[in-house]
Design a protein around this ligand. Structure first.
Ligand SMILES: [Fe+2]
Ligand SMILES: [Fe+2]
Length: 478
């Protein structure tokens, strides 16, 4: 099915959409936003009947491809052009696989991200939290990336996990694609292919148990779709004002390890070589390339109607899921955390829950009708603060086929509650006290505005939650 991108209507708030093919047919109330992406349902001359995939506007209707000679829609470019070559870069197509399960099984789906098991303490944490499996249990783990950059440790961790989980659904994070050792892969996409072979190769003991592809679990009464969405960050996801006091080193992102430990291939056929831009100047092409890889899967997903959908990605779909810049030790992290395409894809699927990782901040909240969860373990140091809810309570069980309803209720989280209360305000620039303290040590020459007393008058989440005991129901944890 051909895809088109809306390029016209910039001055008029989008394209006029009509009910029928004729230019005299009724105009729909909403316009189709510039930048929206649509699938072609029917083409009659220069009139296109579409189904909206991304962006705002009517779900379907008729639009004109041109106004006089000016194009209003153009064929959606993919990078590189043919989807088959994109899938080659990622080690082959991703396809929804279906597993029929006997109905007496109790299916539970847990999640945890950013397990960073190169840290020995994290491997030990799992010894305390891995579920013991009963014969009628079918346990699944959603693992949205950042396991380890070392394939040997990565494999060890997966072997440990499949002793307790029947299936581990995984999507890679940035750390997994780092190249730090001599003899490592030539680039980070080659590393991704290596990880896929490690999990899915003919000879692999992880085959069928650790999956990069979506999985549909079907019983007589219900079906559950577990949908990984490949993603990569792009700096234009950051739509919020920069802090006037952000130091030069941070603006240049000198401390961001990815820019030193990841490499990307030159893409395109010979004569059409394009370099993927990767650095503080942006990573947009890469973000689009990863999103492109999900397209065939999303087409497939549109054809099935599971009762529950749990999707997951490593990166963030929405900036409102990340604290304002003044709460971060390095505010430039907003440039390397989220993907706009990813959010568009989530909006198309409308999952019951979308799980993400990467920023190591525990969040569970509903935003514009969509529930988002981050359940990251993070480093042992982070476990005493920002990921305490996870470290203290265990993996979050998101779905239990024996519960009614099957999906867990929204959990209490420090940042989730602050964001849900609508207090988040990116226009404020007074640094949080811990940021002021850190800057006092690291950037002594820099004078930060206001003081800690003033900070208390600005919107803030209040003191940290000291303990999560009593704040969660144990039935929703492993
Ligand atoms: Fe991480
Ligand atoms: Fe990450």
């Amino acid at each position: 099915m051909a895809h088109w991108t809306v390029v016209g209507g910039e001055q008029t708030g989008g394209l006029v959409v009509r009910q029928g093919v004729e230019l005299s047919s009724a105009k729909l109330k909403e316009r189709l936003e510039t930048g929206a992406r649509v699938a072609q349902v029917e083409l009659q001359g220069e009139r296109l009947r579409f189904r909206r995939l991304e962006g705002h506007g009517p779900e379907t209707g008729w639009v004109s491809l041109k106004l006089k000679e000016k194009p209003l829609l153009l064929p959606a470019a993919s990078l590189p052009q043919a989807v088959t070559s994109v899938s080659e870069l990622f080690g082959g197509r991703l396809e929804v696989e279906c597993l029929e399960l006997p109905k007496h099984l109790r299916v539970r789906v847990a999640t945890i991200s950013d397990i960073h098991v190169d840290q020995k303490a994290n491997m030990e944490w799992f010894q305390k939290h891995l579920p013991r499996k009963a014969p009628d249990d079918f346990n699944v783990l959603l693992l949205p990336g950042d396991v380890s950059d070392d394939p040997v440790i990565f494999k060890e961790a997966m072997k440990m996990l499949i002793e307790s989980f029947d299936v581990v659904c995984y999507t890679p994070g940035n750390h997994d694609l780092w190249l730090r050792k001599s003899g490592d892969c030539s680039d980070s996409l080659a590393k991704l292919r290596q990880l896929r072979r490690l999990c899915e190769g003919e000879e692999s003991e992880l085959r069928g148990r650790v999956r990069f592809s979506p999985l549909e679990l079907k019983t007589e009464q219900r079906s559950l779709l577990l949908l990984p969405l490949l993603s990569f960050y792009t700096s234009d996801w950051d739509q919020e004002p920069d802090l006037p006091w952000c130091p030069q080193q941070q603006k240049q992102m000198l401390a961001w390890m990815d820019f030193r430990t990841m490499k990307w291939p030159e893409l395109g056929s010979s004569g059409d070589s394009r370099k993927i831009c990767f650095g503080p100047e942006g990573t947009k092409g890469l973000s689009e390339l990863f999103a492109e890889m999900n397209e065939p899967v999303l087409e497939q997903v549109a054809q099935i109607q599971p009762s529950t959908v749990l999707s997951f990605s490593h990166y963030l779909p929405r900036q409102e899921l990340f604290p304002e810049k003044r709460f971060l030790l390095d505010s430039s992290l907003h440039k390397v955390s989220g993907s706009l395409k990813l959010e568009g894809q989530i909006r198309r699927v409308k999952p019951d829950v979308h799980v993400f990782g990467h920023t190591h901040l525990t969040v569970d909240m509903v935003l514009d009708g969509q529930r988002y969860v981050q359940w990251a373990l993070g480093t042992p140091r982070e476990q005493a603060a920002m990921s305490r809810a996870v470290a203290d309570s265990g993996m979050l069980i998101l779905y239990d086929s024996m519960a009614e309803p099957c999906v867990a209720p929204v959990q209490e989280t420090f940042w989730g509650q602050y964001f849900s209360a609508g207090k988040r305000d990116p226009s404020q620039i007074c640094p949080a006290p811990f940021v002021r303290k850190y800057f006092g040590q690291m950037f002594k020459e820099l004078e930060l505005p206001y003081d800690d007393d003033f900070f208390q008058t600005t919107p803030n989440p209040g003191p940290p939650i000291e303990t999560y005991e009593g704040l969660f129901e144990p039935r929703w944890r492993f």
